[in-house]
Ligand binder design. Structure first.
Ligand SMILES: *[C@@H]1O[C@H](CO)[C@@H](O)[C@H](O)[C@H]1NC(C)=O
Ligand SMILES: *[C@@H]1O[C@H](CO)[C@@H](O)[C@H](O)[C@H]1NC(C)=O
Ligand SMILES: *[C@@H]1O[C@H](CO)[C@@H](O)[C@H](O)[C@H]1NC(C)=O
Ligand SMILES: *[C@@H]1O[C@H](CO)[C@@H](O)[C@H](O)[C@H]1NC(C)=O
Ligand SMILES: *[C@@H]1O[C@H](CO)[C@@H](O)[C@H](O)[C@H]1NC(C)=O
Ligand SMILES: *[C@@H]1O[C@H](CO)[C@@H](O)[C@H](O)[C@H]1NC(C)=O
Ligand SMILES: *[C@@H]1O[C@H](CO)[C@@H](O)[C@H](O)[C@H]1NC(C)=O
Length: 660
């Protein structure tokens, strides 16, 4: 009872006090700010503010009950024209609501609005504001309604809007915003509209889950649920809402504007495991939907968002209960993207998930994607399938491979291991693969790969492989043309090395049959010598222009080495060589030399194959002879010897006697 009495007395006293205050005061500083604003902003005559009366009685101005500050300013459709003068409205430090809608205001949205720390509603729709949505608006912690629709705002929608944790309505429709939609995961958000802008990319999961197509229509290239599916997305969309985002796990500092607040980190911990589950599901669906394989040309697979994926999102969202936090954090800690070279890349799994991506190729060990991160970095993500080793073994193997560095080897940059998902991150090689260059769109309009470049590729690939064998003691295990990537200067870079130990013996190395050494079929074990065999096949491919697994090699089932041998055995003929090479003059001798090296590599007996260093030396010697000549004309140049002009003999090991 006593407490109640005290409270009643206290309330009464407060009311009395505030009454006195109302009578005796007016917001002097706010009034000045308002007058300054109005004097500097052209407007129609109906807006008359009499400076000799209290600002609290002005049209559109509302003060608090004490009349000590301006609480809201609402000036809709009063004919305000031009830019909002700086340092005027921003001085209304207690302002809760600002409405300037339906005027003809233009220019930038003032940066200094970030000083309106208490503002809850900002209504600037239906004006002519232009420029960017200032990131500083994200520093208004209490903002609940932000309406910027029907202006001419452009640029990207800032990710930092995620800071507005109390936002319930965000209206950006009918502007000129471009770029991707950031992954906004504001739980309080109830109304959202970005219709009629120039946005592109996939709609993030949190938004697509909560809002209908009406919120996204009329954009340049926005895709994914609830709009039609994207054509080329690695992960159709980022992460579901309550799980927020994955914490920065790389050793590299994140960009500052992406720093997470504490609630987000907790949410992350909770949802991390579930996200990964979702990721697997989505990827699984993608995988099932892609059939064709086109290594270097971007495929355009459609990844429809199915009910299955949506359902998984829902589960992930709803099951994030408190009792899972501990487990979630541990999971997050365990399953992170591990970088092998600190400082080269600064992104994390979350960025990777948000990246736009296209399928580069579906290989024997998994599918490769080209992922373009928001910051502009492009990497290749390889999603491994059928990995049987434990996490520890995986880590040891990857850390070993991460140390392999050579100019002709594509470096492994990072890896990720979870129960359901194994990812490898490599540098992206813009010029594509040898396979695409050699076999892609033959015929009209194509520049054939000339002989000098084929030689360059042969030598640089051999050097890369030699480094792998000799310096790193790593068996490649999967040499094939689609794993020979090219720099823009057409130097080769070997990729996908050393992955065989990850897979069980039930899956043989070199799963593309045409490159597989005969003994590997039985032993199921790749060796240095079987790599050399595969490399020999690769050289034959460069020479003949034929894909080793191509059906059209004469008799059924015959592989490239046997086919070349059979042609050569019967009668020496230029028939084996790529027709595209026929237009180049005076290269037969070199072609024959390379053919001899290739044939040595593809000896059936492993011990008869040269070591890869020997192969490098032989190719280098060929090149040297050519360089010494300077010219290609001298087919009877004595410095080249006569061996090269003699057709190889029809033996299984045609070169053993000819090796320089
Ligand atoms: C402003 O208010 C004062 C005091 O009420 C009044 O005398 C004066 O005429 C008003 N001025 C205008 C322009 O309305
Ligand atoms: C009115 O002013 C008094 C004295 O500054 C303050 O204590 C009180 O909280 C104010 N009331 C309101 C409703 O802002
Ligand atoms: C977003 O919030 C974080 C932490 O709460 C803060 O460090 C960051 O500066 C804020 N970003 C903006 C644009 O206000
Ligand atoms: C929107 O932006 C594009 C360039 O990004 C520009 O060409 C176009 O004129 C802009 N449209 C409007 C209405 O401002
Ligand atoms: C979005 O458009 C920009 C510029 O037009 C382009 O650079 C970017 O690649 C596009 N992104 C997607 C995901 O389509
Ligand atoms: C979003 O804005 C557009 C254009 O004004 C409108 O047609 C659409 O109905 C709005 N969407 C929602 C969900 O209100
Ligand atoms: C997807 O591809 C189809 C046809 O290839 C095209 O009409 C459509 O605009 C594309 N959609 C997106 C979102 O890129």
């Amino acid at each position: 009872m006593r407490v109640v009495v005290v409270m009643v007395l206290w309330v009464a006293m407060m009311m009395l006090l505030s009454f006195c205050y109302v009578v005796s005061s007016e917001p002097v500083q706010d009034k000045q700010a308002l007058l300054e604003f109005l004097s500097k902003t052209p407007h129609e005559n109906r807006l008359q503010w009499n400076s000799s009366v209290s600002a609290c009685s002005w049209v559109g101005v509302q003060c608090d009950s004490n009349n000590s500050y301006v609480y809201s300013l609402r000036l809709p459709g009063v004919g305000l024209v031009g830019e909002i003068p700086p340092n005027t409205l921003s001085r209304l430090s207690q302002l809760r609501v600002l409405s300037l809608r339906s005027n003809r205001l233009s220019g930038q949205i003032p940066q200094d609005f970030s000083q309106l720390k208490l503002i809850r509603g900002l209504y600037l729709q239906n004006n002519a504001f232009s420029g960017d949505l200032p990131g500083s608006l994200a520093g208004l912690p209490r903002l609940a309604r932000l309406d910027l629709s029907r202006n001419s705002l452009s640029g990207g929608i800032p990710f930092s809007l995620n800071n507005l944790t109390r936002l319930t309505g965000l209206f950006l429709e009918n502007n000129n915003f471009s770029g991707p939609l950031p992954n906004l995961h504001i739980q309080s958000l109830k109304e959202f509209n970005v219709s009629n802008n120039n946005l592109n990319g996939s709609i993030p999961e949190a938004l697509s889950k909560s809002f209908s197509a009406d919120s996204f229509r009329g954009n340049l290239d926005l895709c994914g649920d609830p709009l039609p599916p994207c054509n080329n997305s690695f992960f159709p969309s980022p992460i579901p809402s309550p799980s927020a985002i994955i914490p920065p796990v790389s050793p590299i500092k994140k960009k500052t504007h992406k720093k997470l607040n504490n609630p987000a980190i907790i949410a992350i911990s909770v949802g991390c495991g579930l996200i990964l589950l979702l990721l697997l599901l989505i990827l699984f669906l993608c995988l099932r939907r892609r059939k064709s394989r086109r290594p270097a040309k971007p495929t355009k697979p459609v990844i429809p968002r199915t009910a299955g994926a949506g359902g998984a999102v829902g589960e992930a969202g709803t099951s994030s209960s408190k009792d899972e936090i501990g487990a979630g954090s541990a999971e997050a800690e365990r399953n992170k993207l591990v970088f092998l070279d600190a400082g080269i890349y600064s992104f994390d799994l979350e960025d990777l998930l948000r990246a736009s991506a296209e399928v580069l190729g579906k290989g024997s060990v998994g599918t490769s994607y080209k992922a373009v991160l928001e910051e502009g970095t492009t990497v290749v993500v390889k999603r491994l399938k059928d990995v049987v080793v434990s996490k520890r073994e995986f880590e040891v193997q990857m850390e070993g491979l991460g140390k392999v560095k050579h100019e002709n080897i594509v470096p492994l940059r990072a890896f990720y291991y979870s129960k359901d998902e194994k990812l490898l991150v490599y540098d992206f090689m813009p010029a594509g693969s040898l396979s695409a260059l050699l076999h892609g769109s033959r015929g009209s309009g194509r520049t054939p790969l000339d002989w000098d470049n084929r030689m360059k590729i042969a030598l640089s690939a051999a050097r890369g492989l030699a480094h792998l064998h000799v310096a790193s003691k790593v068996v490649h295990g999967n040499i094939k043309a689609s794993n020979i990537l090219l720099r823009t200067d057409l130097e080769a870079c070997i990729s996908d090395f050393g992955l065989n130990p990850l897979f069980g013996t039930s899956t043989p190395p070199n799963r593309v049959a045409g490159y597989r050494a005969p003994e590997v079929v039985e032993t199921r074990k790749a060796t240095f010598k079987s790599d050399v065999y595969s490399f020999g096949v690769l050289l034959l491919e460069l020479l003949t222009g034929k894909a080793p697994n191509q059906a059209s090699l004469g008799e059924d089932g015959i592989d490239l080495p046997r086919w070349v041998q059979s042609v050569v055995r019967e009668e020496w003929t230029a028939e084996v060589f790529d027709v595209e090479l026929m237009r180049f003059q005076n290269i037969e001798e070199e072609m024959v030399q390379l053919l001899q090296i290739a044939m040595a590599c593809v000896s059936t007996v492993p011990d008869q194959r040269p070591g890869i260093q020997e192969v490098v030396r032989m190719i280098e010697d060929m090149n040297r002879a050519e360089t010494d000549d300077g010219l290609r004309q001298s087919s009877d140049d004595p410095s080249k010897g006569s061996d090269g002009q003699t057709p190889p003999q029809g033996s299984r090991t045609p070169v053993s006697a000819l090796t320089p």
